[in-house]
Ligand binder design. Structure first.
Ligand code: TRP
Length: 463
């Protein structure tokens, strides 16, 4: 015997129950994407009509890819890199397929480096809102607050560091003590906060308008682009393409039914995205403000709206607490592929690996911090700042490529019986149907999004 098995190896760790896996995966999926992006793109692209299209994309693209990831993770029972190696071996394919695991590790690093910076903004806004900094403030004042905050590297680094330390502390404690404990507390609190905000927004006076913005069937606003946007969102919001779900899948008990489990996760994620929209837009409309998306909506429009409303300080603080919780449960999942790999490969202590990873990620995140102030003039390919470049490369290139290759591998490279057995499929018709959706429709859907988002930049490069 060489080294004794390390108890923190993926192969020996399990979620305590199927439900904890559901919550952990939903925690990864529910993030900034649900709260600052989904409601806006739904409103802009046809409201209820877009919601229907989005559900089709979740079912035809998101769920098949997630099932493939979790299934491969559970079969491999190790970090994505080792899982890919093992699965390639049992299917007599080239071990080069493990490159997929490496791409995931890289994507996780890059995404976490800036996710921590932006999550830090949310944390800082808990205090700012709670202390009444936006009480009755004008649009200019709220905008100026945000600009001044972004212009201060020290403040940004302070919050980024705090968020990173918390993330590393949680993941360093391991799957049951760290991840599960955090998730057991944070997910129920996240649901409660969302319900509190929904009740508040229901009474804001703008509920009808907000509801109509998100749910009226505006088929005339649906374009070909809407389909691409829905597909891209379905993919991103479920945290697919980088092995996160594969890493979490490695801890799924053998007897859990993968189909229903994944459908539950996707359902929770969608429910929270819809609820976020219903909580946010009425508050914006009640104050006659322009709707927006991304940082503008979250850090300017919303604080402005809360500042005008009774109990706005309290509910503003609760909103940013919600956003911080959503971000931390996503952040811990971003570290898992790399962490599990290093622990396995070097038989290292999880805590030590977590700290080293955290330091590297933190250092990389400084680039993002500086993109908003001292380096704002430094741009790379396509005029993108450091932050935009990292964001673009990970989200628009690494994740879609990873997602396409993962389903392709799951359906066309793995022995056919293995997938059917993992999914509990026993009818040939169902098996064929699954191969059609997961092996053809899902990868083609991601390919369409990939080409449509990268083409403008690539064609710009050649001119
Ligand atoms: N799903 C997250 C969100 O909606 C973002 C995300 C994308 C992510 N890929 C990920 C989170 C991988 C964790 C791991 O904001």
């Amino acid at each position: 015997m060489a080294t004794p098995p390390n108890s923190s190896h993926a192969s020996s760790q399990r979620w305590s129950s199927r439900w904890l896996f559901v919550l952990a995966a939903a925690g990864s999926a529910v993030g900034l994407g649900n709260i600052w992006k989904f409601p806006y793109i739904a409103g802009e692209n046809g409201g209820g009509a877009f919601v229907l299209i989005y559900l089709v994309c979740i079912a035809a693209v998101g769920i098949p890819i997630m099932v493939s990831e979790v299934l491969m993770g559970r079969k491999g029972r190790s970090s994505p890199i080792h899982t890919m190696r093992k699965l390639a071996k049992v299917s007599s394919r080239s071990e080069r397929w493990s490159i997929l695991g490496w791409m995931g590790v890289l994507a996780g690093f890059l995404i976490l480096s800036y996710y921590a910076v932006i999550a830090g903004w949310a944390v800082s806004y808990i205090w700012a809102s709670g202390s009444g900094a936006f009480d009755g403030a004008s649009a200019q004042a709220v905008g100026a607050h945000f600009d001044a905050f972004l212009a201060s590297p020290i403040e940004l680094i302070g919050y980024q560091t705090g968020f990173m330390i918390l993330t590393i502390w949680i993941v360093g404690r391991g799957v049951t003590k760290g991840l599960e404990t955090a998730i057991r507390w944070l997910m129920p609190l996240l649901f409660l906060l969302l319900i509190a905000l929904l009740v508040y927004s229901f009474n804001s006076g703008g509920f009808g308008q907000g509801f109509a913005f998100m749910f009226d069937m505006k088929w005339e606003a649906v374009t070909a682009d809407s389909w691409l946007i829905a597909m891209g969102q379905a993919f991103f919001t479920l945290s697919l393409g980088m092995g996160t779900m594969m890493a979490y899948g490695a801890y799924v008990p053998d007897d859990a039914n993968l189909g229903t489990t994944v459908v539950t996760i996707a359902g929770l994620d969608t429910l929270i995205a819809l609820a976020a929209g219903l909580a946010i837009f009425p508050i914006v409309f009640a104050n006659g403000l322009e709707i927006a998306q991304g940082p503008g909506l979250t850090f300017v429009t919303l604080p402005l709206a809360f500042g005008q409303m009774p109990l706005g300080d309290l509910f503003g603080a609760l909103f940013f607490l919600l956003l911080s919780f959503a971000a931390i449960t996503s952040a811990i999942s971003l570290t898992e592929p790399a962490l599990a790999y290093l622990v396995e490969e070097y038989n290292a202590k999880r805590q030590r690996v977590a700290i080293s990873l955290g330091i590297i990620c933190w250092a990389l995140g400084l680039g993002t911090v500086f993109s908003f102030n001292i380096w704002s003039d430094i741009t790379f390919v396509g005029g993108l700042t450091f932050f935009d470049t990292v964001d673009y490369f990970s989200q628009n290139i690494l994740l879609p490529l990873g997602g396409m290759l993962i389903t392709f591998f799951a359906i066309w490279m793995l022995p056919k019986g293995l997938v059917d057995q993992q999914l509990g499929i026993d009818s040939p018709k169902l098996s064929l149907g699954w191969r059609l959706v997961a092996g053809i429709i899902a990868p083609l859907g991601v390919l369409a999004v990939f080409l449509s988002t990268t083409w403008p930049l690539l064609s710009g490069l050649w001119q």
